[in-house]
Design a binder for this molecule. Structure first.
Ligand code: FEO
Length: 395
């Protein structure tokens, strides 16, 4: 994708990765992604804000040539993860005079991950500034979105905030700005669910910081930019809030139809009680869909057969993933079919200690469910509906 001008002296020089389908070998990318790198030409100095994934270094080099860059004075590293920092070594080879400008933590990580020489750095503090002549960069530390070293860079004169991964979307598009808002919102929500969800409390604080700054453009490191910043800020305000939906997510695997029969009965029972259901056969869905549904659901019911004494391995994987993503769910339960003996509910609980939710019990059935077992699932539905009502979760 060719370089594009954002405002006078500020250019997008990144790369669009139309074909990438997985990130961190776990996150599905149905719509590809982009690695946004930005060039800021001041009257005296030139800065590159973040680079691109090392697989796309040649595209970055081509875009820098296109905008006539012969010399780079500063490479600003907002984040050490390799999809943004991975081309720094090649940039330093081509521009040996350049300094890498970042915070102390990010410096350490770039030395560890990319072996950037220690003497190449200029270390900045929170709200430190760097003059490029007629443009001034301000650095705002924004830890844990989603690594400990993350920071924002703000061009004071142009009121552009570069937020690295925060507010990003894995969306390959030729649009510089978010034009198709429903498409961008879907991609941004998937991105938030799979990357940012564990950090919701910190995100609320970062949004408060941004609210205190005059921002006209938000320029993240993945997906389109936002020339109407409130669009994406408001979406994140809602996603990071404590508000949950009157809904139950049921991730499940069934080997011989017994767990499936339990899941179907529970889904019907909940629906009859006015509770929305998101049912995921883990053999047919992907981690992204499960993560998005789990973002707002008040309850998660994990359903699994017992497989060699524990949860089915695919269910164990989903449980560990949910534990890592820390959804804001309020209640959790397990339903389980077993053949001769089972400690499966306890094992699921042991896999999900970081989900800060009330355990409202388990329905564990020997073999295929009977009328008595369906009655137990009805009772679980009653409990869920009552808990939601009592907590005033009615939307
Ligand atoms: Fe897009 Fe955390 O890297």
């Amino acid at each position: 994708m060719a370089a594009r001008k954002i405002v006078e002296g500020v250019y997008w020089v990144g790369a669009v990765d139309w074909d990438r389908r997985i990130f961190d070998e776990v996150i599905p990318l149905p719509d590809g992604t982009s690695y946004n790198s930005y060039l800021v030409k001041g009257s005296e100095k030139i800065a590159l804000i973040d680079t691109v994934d090392p697989t796309k270094t040649n595209e970055l080099i081509g875009n820098l040539k296109e905008v006539g860059v012969k010399k780079i004075d500063y490479i600003i590293a907002n984040h050490a993860e390799q999809d943004h920092s991975g081309s720094i070594p090649e940039m330093l080879k081509r521009h040996p005079e350049a300094k890498v400008v970042t915070n102390e933590k990010c410096r350490g990580m770039l030395i560890d991950l990319l072996h950037v020489p220690a003497e190449k750095f200029i270390v900045v503090e929170n709200h430190g500034t760097l003059s490029l002549g007629d443009k001034t960069l301000e650095f705002i530390l924004a830890p844990w979105v989603h690594w400990p070293e993350t920071m924002f860079t703000y061009i004071k004169e142009d009121k552009i905030l570069f937020t690295c991964d925060l507010f990003g979307s894995h969306l390959a598009t030729s649009d510089l700005y978010a034009k198709d808002e429903s498409k961008v919102l879907e991609a941004a929500k998937l991105y938030y669910a799979t990357i940012m969800m564990p950090f919701k409390t910190l995100i609320r604080n970062h949004i408060k910081t941004i609210d205190s700054i005059d921002v006209q453009i938000i320029a993240p490191s993945h997906g389109p930019l936002y020339d109407k910043p409130q669009f994406i800020l408001n979406a994140h305000r809602e996603w990071a809030s404590d508000k949950v939906e009157n809904a139950v997510v049921i991730p499940y695997v069934s080997m011989h139809a017994s767990t499936h029969a339990m899941v179907c009965h529970l889904s019907d029972a909940l629906t009859k009680r006015g509770v929305k259901v998101y049912q995921f056969n883990l053999m047919k869905t992907d981690a992204g869909k499960l993560a998005v549904a789990s973002m707002d659901a008040a309850t998660i019911v994990i359903a699994t057969p017992t497989f060699l004494g524990g949860p089915h391995p695919t269910v164990a994987y989903a449980a560990m993933l949910l534990n890592a993503l820390k959804p804001k769910t309020k209640y959790v339960a397990v339903i389980n079919s077993y053949g001769w003996a089972s400690k499966t509910p306890e094992q699921i609980a042991a896999l999900t200690p970081a989900i800060n939710a009330e355990n409202i019990g388990a329905v564990s059935v020997k073999g295929h469910p009977t009328e008595k077992d369906y009655a137990a699932l009805d009772a679980l539905s009653d409990t869920i509906a009552r808990k939601h009502r009592e907590a005033e979760i009615v939307n």
